[in-house]
Design a protein around this ligand. Structure first.
Ligand code: HDE
Length: 739
């Protein structure tokens, strides 16, 4: 079939994109920039070929179609294009006899299956990705010559991968952990990877300790347990011997370690980087992502239960939001520090265990990222995306942060291990959108070698591509002057491990501080080595007196004395409770049964929808329920749904429905748990009594975030305000609720 003829098979829709388009994006088939081999000795043809930039595929706003993965209506074939007559039976000697080695179709299929997995990432194995766009709103021309940070008219395509750090690829999303927040910018000057976390600091100061840290937090080696959890001896043993980790520990033990959604996390580049402008002047910079929905978290009981109820909670949430066109948005911010001001901040900016308080160095918002398309294929995109800090563009440069320097080695090395080839840059998800032009060739799975007979530089036989000076977009490293004796040494300026741990703890609100205390009690409570617990308390004693005392009481151990920094000025920006609050994209469970007051349900559904809040009707059975206003569709049965999957609960009235729910232990538990997790509850009509008896706490109906009234219309506005507040921490007697 010629390229001009329409190919009904290749052009068949695949969830909004044609098969042909997908093949083109992969650089395969019609439309891919064909690299014509030039045969014949001595052909002095153009020597340098470009790897075809990926044609951006059309966004599928509706998300994955869930359709078949093959061309509908076509014939099954082998990988060689041979049509398959029977895909149900292998080739036997007789219908009950041995299978023949001759069966090339069986062997090809099984061989391919046997090799489906590539090594999972040694850290950040579990992740979820999304495509989007980045738009600059304010030029940073004074500080950098990077086009993506100076050209406010440009739109830069991005791919983001959010991840947990500790667990295996199949572990749960809601484990207590830092989260990766890695962004690939496909800029006009090449790929820039900003490989950050949702926490602005790190456990260690020097890359040489990374393997030890990771060995310590991963499952212990003999029995490979526990999975995706730091609550074990080895982790806390290592931490108790690593005081520089105390700042990061405060963050991981805080609510930041259990995000409500990856859409509600901040992102941080962590290291101090450099911006370099056209005149060659350098400014230090920290990169930030700020979610427009604000920063929100789960409560620990909820996070643990979600690990079983819905291990894909974050992945599902991200995909659903994009599918529903509730596109996640993050403001891009920079903290800029002039070289001359470095001494003023009071700590070493090369130390990755330190943050720059926003009250001292403000975060200037200069752009926005919108995630607007789910991946078409998890493996091809989210699994095969390869990040590397060395993927930079002119105007962005490095510093001597020893953690950053170590990462510059590790990421390229790890990709070789994952892909088994130096050609991972040719995978569509990793391809630069700027032309690629060099003489590299071969290695496993190379599909775009250069045409022509000349593959070296300089040459006189094939014509040459020339190097680009800075004025023509060439990358020129910042000419930092470095000198000093070679030494395996840690700078004395890296030695204060506690002041910023204290800063973080003291900047939290009361409930947030309590969560840190509870988390440490839990984690250290899982440690069986007494010496480790004692050493940890000794370190916490240098962070905050009340903190160490509360943790010690929880562990039944004496409170050691310590030396806490004085004069630490809190940084309110570090408290997530003080970030924006919004009801948008929250999800409400409407718990009901046959005999419910129908108008209340439909009124509430409409009101919530109007305010960008999603809702599901949950009843003892699937199908429809009979309400006073007729039949109403049920989204989920109580059997398949748990309160932890929702942000708030509405229980409508209707005497018969309430009687049914009162007699249903799972329904009662649903209500109790919602209350215990500090979430908003609205109850109307007879349902008020149901909530009162289910929760069984004094004055439950007048507790914060519990909204009652006669009809949905009368409670909707207050319910929405309560959902916006999110958690009602001043609720009392939650400990009495046995959910
Ligand atoms: Fe990573 N890290 N890291 N890391 N990291 C990896 O690279 C490493 C560090 C981060 O979604 C690996 O491709 C070393 C800090 C993210 O694909 C590996 C050190 C921060 C991701 C690696 C660090 C990060 C990774 C494993 C200490 C926050 C996931 C797979 C010197 C700023 C990227 C891979 C994705 C992944 C090494 C420390 C963030 C092994 C040696 C600090 C978000 O190369």
């Amino acid at each position: 079939m010629s390229e001009q003829q329409p190919d009904p098979v290749a052009d068949a829709p695949q969830g909004g994109v044609t098969r042909r388009r997908l093949l083109q994006a992969a650089g395969i088939g019609a439309g891919a920039a064909a690299v014509a081999p030039v045969l014949g000795a001595g052909a002095a043809s153009p020597a340098v070929a470009a790897v075809a930039p990926v044609a951006p595929v059309a966004p599928v706003a509706d998300g994955p179609s869930g359709g078949p993965g093959v061309d509908v209506g076509s014939r099954l074939t082998t990988n060689q294009g041979l049509r398959i007559a029977d895909d149900q039976n292998s080739l036997h000697a007789g219908s009950r006899g041995p299978t023949l080695l001759e069966d090339f179709a069986l062997r090809e299929k099984i061989m391919h299956f046997d090799h489906e997995r590539i090594p999972e990432r040694v850290v950040h194995a579990r992740g979820a990705g999304a495509h989007g766009v980045f738009r600059l709103t304010r030029s940073l021309e004074r500080f950098t010559r990077a086009k993506l940070l100076t050209d406010t008219s440009a739109t830069t395509e991005v791919f983001v991968r959010f991840s947990t750090v500790n667990g295996s690829r199949g572990s749960a999303d809601t484990a207590r952990d830092a989260r990766g927040f890695a962004t690939k910018f496909y800029t006009s000057e090449g790929v820039w990877d900003l490989v950050g976390n949702n926490i602005p600091v790190f456990f260690i100061q020097d890359a040489i300790k990374f393997p030890d840290l990771v060995h310590a937090f991963k499952p212990e080696p003999m029995l490979e347990l526990p999975q995706a959890s730091t609550a074990h001896n080895n982790f806390w043993d290592y931490i108790s011997l690593t005081p520089e980790s105390m700042h990061m520990i405060m963050w991981v033990m805080s609510d930041r370690g259990i995000p409500r959604s990856v859409r509600m996390m901040e992102g941080f580049g962590v290291h101090t980087f450099r911006l370099v402008n056209a005149a060659g002047n350098s400014t230090y910079v920290k990169f930030h992502w700020k979610p427009t929905l604000g920063v929100h978290s789960l409560v620990w009981d909820e996070a643990q239960k979600l690990g079983g109820v819905d291990p894909d909670f974050h992945r599902r949430d991200l995909a659903r939001a994009i599918n529903d066109k509730q596109y996640p948005q993050f403001d891009f911010g920079v903290q800029l520090l002039a070289e001359r001001d470095v001494a003023k901040v009071g700590f070493d900016i090369l130390d990755a265990t330190k943050l720059w308080p926003e009250e001292v160095v403000p975060v200037v918002r200069v752009g926005q990222m919108t995630l607007n398309r789910n991946p078409y294929n998890y493996f091809a995109e989210t699994e095969q995306v390869a990040f590397h800090l060395g993927h930079v563009v002119p105007g962005i440069d490095f510093t001597d942060d020893p953690l950053l320097q170590g990462r510059l080695f590790s990421y390229l090395d790890t990709q070789l291990n994952r892909f088994g080839s130096a050609n991972f840059h040719q995978l569509p998800i990793n391809q630069s959108h700027a032309a690629v032009n060099n003489y590299q060739q071969d290695s496993a799975m190379r599909y775009a070698n250069h045409p022509g007979n000349v593959n070296y530089e300089p040459n006189s036989l094939g014509g040459d591509a020339t190097e680009a000076p800075a004025s023509k977009g060439g990358y020129v490293s910042y000419p930092e002057i470095v000198s000093g004796p070679k030494a395996r040494a840690r700078s004395a300026t890296f030695s204060d491990h506690f002041t910023q741990a204290t800063l973080f703890f003291r900047s939290l609100t009361g409930p947030e501080q309590q969560h840190v205390i509870d988390a440490l009690r839990f984690e250290l409570g899982k440690v069986s080595a007494p010496a480790v617990k004692h050493r940890m308390l000794a370190l916490l004693a240098n962070v905050d007196g009340r903190l160490v005392h509360e943790v010690a009481v929880g562990l039944g151990l004496p409170t050691p004395g310590g030396k806490v920094a004085t004069g630490v000025k809190p940084s309110p920006a570090l408290s997530e409770d003080r970030t924006p609050k919004s009801p948008h994209t929250r999800r409400v469970a409407i718990l009901t049964a046959d005999g419910a007051h129908g108008a209340d349900i439909t009124d509430m559904q409409q009101q919530l929808k109007k305010d960008g809040v999603g809702s599901d009707v949950i009843a003892p059975h699937e199908g429809t329920i009979a309400t006073t206003a007729g039949k109403l569709a049920v989204n989920y049965s109580i059997l398949t749904t748990r309160s932890v999957q929702y942000d708030a609960l509405y229980v409508p009235g209707g005497a018969a429905a309430v009687t049914t729910l009162k007699a249903n232990g799972d329904a009662v538990h649903f209500i109790e748990e919602t209350f215990k997790h500090y979430k908003s509850i609205a109850a109307t009509g007879a349902a008020q009594d149901l909530v009162r008896t289910a929760v069984g706490v004094t004055n439950v109906l007048t507790q914060p975030g519990v909204i009652t009234g006669s009809t949905a219309k009368t409670v909707a506005a207050a319910f929405l305000t309560a959902i916006t507040t999110d958690r009602h921490w001043n609720r009392t007697e939650t400990d009495r609720v046995s959910a």
